[in-house]
Structure formats: C-alpha cells, structure tokens
Write a protein that binds this ligand. Structure first.
Ligand SMILES: [Zn+2]
Length: 313
C-alpha cells in the first residue's frame, strides 16, 4: 500500500517535471517555424538549427532533393572575425543570392564583426511582391512551381499581398540584380580617401555641408577610370566641380567625376567600365589634386564607399 502511494506520487512528480520541461522548451522555441529573432549563435535553438541547416544542406545540396515538407526556418548569426558572405555561403551550402536577399547589408564586401545576419535552412531568394503580381507570375519569373512557393511560405491560398517578402525556393537572382547587390561599380581611382560621404565642414568655406561623394587623393595627372559602363551625359566645367564628367548607367544610376585636369571623352560617347575617361586635377573648389567621385541613383547621391568594389580592371 505504501509502495503504491510512492509510485503514484513519483509518477505525478515525473509528469509535473515533464510538463514544466515541455513548457520551457515551448517557450524557447517560440519562433513558430519562421523568423527567429534575437538569437545569438550560442543560443541552444540557434545551435540546433544551425546543425539542422548544415545536415540539411549536406543531405540535399547538389542533389536537387530539396524537401518542401520542412518549414522555412531562419536563424540569426553574429559575424565573427574572418567571416564574410562567401565563406558563410560555402559553410552553409547556401547560395550567395540567398544571403544577399535575406540580409539588407550596407556593404556586402566588408561586414563588421558582431553584425547579425539571417541564415535560412533553405536555398532560394527572398523577393518583394510588386503591385498586381500573382504567385503564378512570380513562379514563372523564377522558373519554379507555384505550389512550391505556396508550401514553403505556408500560404493558405494563392492570394498574396503586394510589398511582402516571400521566399522563392531554389530561386536565383538575375545577373543585373546580383550586380546591384554586389556593387556594380568599381573604384575609378585607387588612392587615399581624404573626405568621406555625408556631413562635413567644407575645407574652403568652413561651413557645414553635405558631401555628396568621396574624395580620393592622387598625384596630378593620374588616370581616372569609368566606374561602370555607360554614356557621357556631361563633359565640361561645372561650378565647384571644376572639370566634370557625368556618366549615365542602367537602372537609374549615374556617376560623377570632378576636379579633373583633363577630360578625354565627349558628350554622348559610350564608355566601358575601366576605360580611362580623364585625369586627376585641381580644377574647381579644391585644396589639392584629387578626384571627387559620386554615385547617384535617380539623382540622389548614395554612399560610394558602400556601393562599389575597391578594385580596378
Ligand atoms: Zn568632394
């Protein structure tokens, strides 16, 4: 009789323990199979999922056997010294397109330690739905089955809202778009950056102003190359820019090259990326020979430092 009571009590205690363990685990895994935010790589769940991703990719990568019965899961990974998108792509077996579209990075070439990036358990791309677009359209665009998109995103039917980010399993970026992410531009000149993009005190007027480009110092007469292929839409003197070249590129982009000593291209001319278009000088408002370089999109200046490759052709 006494033994029986002990057994009953033990079972009750065991059940209570199991229940609390269940509640604890449930609380730990409140990612609902989708976005796991604020998890570091040391987090138990993140560790488990990273292993899952690894196993998953080892199992399916290159064999075309992506299983869609598994939910899309995303872990947060903190960048460690020596990490870059390319070695993470290699380690996880995920394409660079997957990492590029899931992470809105300022500079894909240099990611500072501690930056949190998102790593999914599946290869594919994240895509923003345009107004009026259907799953059917998107499936056709990326050459995948509509049901694969529906399943992986856990949609209940084929209707989708515009502007939402959806996952396209096995989707690949068109080359043009990949270049937009990777920085389609190359540096027009290798040299010391003497002034960055953004607010600064003007070196001549000493007034606070917005510097719409970067200044790269080089010797007078150093060759300046076209940062990207395009068409010359301005070649001549222009206000504080001195001798200026403006090139127009695809997708609303343009680049500006100021303070040149000599311009060797003409209005309307087509130039190729890496072609010499002029020479470093000190024309316009300057304190010494340098190139003032700008990248603009739809007329608005963007930071060249984050939008170009520091390499030349
Ligand atoms: Zn400048």
């Amino acid at each position: 009789m006494k033994n029986k009571r002990i057994i009953v009590i033990s079972i009750l205690i065991l059940e209570l323990l199991l229940l609390s363990l269940f509640i604890f685990l449930k609380k730990q895994s409140n990612y609902n199979g989708k976005y796991i935010k604020e998890l570091s790589e040391n987090d138990k769940i993140a560790k488990k999922l990273l292993k899952e991703i690894k196993d998953f990719n080892e199992k399916y990568n290159g064999k075309g056997g992506f299983s869609l019965d598994k939910n899309l899961k995303i872990v947060i990974y903190k960048i460690k010294p020596g990490d870059n998108l390319w070695n993470i792509s290699k380690k996880t077996g995920l394409s660079i397109d997957t990492l590029l579209t899931l992470n809105n990075l300022d500079n894909v070439h240099i990611i500072s330690t501690g930056t949190e990036i998102r790593i999914p358990n599946k290869d594919g791309i994240f895509y923003k739905v345009s107004p009026g677009e259907t799953i059917e359209d998107i499936a056709k665009k990326f050459n995948v089955k509509p049901e694969d998109i529906i399943n992986v995103n856990e949609f209940s039917d084929e209707s989708i809202e515009e502007g939402i980010d959806i996952f396209i399993p096995k989707g690949k970026l068109p080359l043009e778009e990949r270049l937009n992410y990777l920085g389609r531009f190359i540096t027009p000149l290798i040299g010391r950056i003497t002034s960055g993009f953004g607010f600064r005190k003007n070196p001549i007027t000493k007034k606070k102003e917005f510097h719409t480009g970067i200044d790269i110092a080089q010797y007078y007469g150093a060759p300046v190359k076209a940062s990207e292929s395009g068409e010359v839409i301005f070649a001549g003197e222009y206000k504080g820019y001195g001798n200026l070249i403006i090139l127009r590129h695809n997708n609303g982009y343009s680049t500006r090259y100021g303070h040149l000593s000599k311009i060797i291209v003409k209005y309307g001319e087509k130039v190729r990326q890496g072609e010499v278009i002029g020479y470093v000088g000190n024309s316009g408002s300057v304190t010494g020979p340098h190139l003032h370089f700008e990248i603009r999109r739809y007329g608005k200046a963007i930071n060249p430092y984050f939008n170009m490759r520091w390499a030349q052709k």
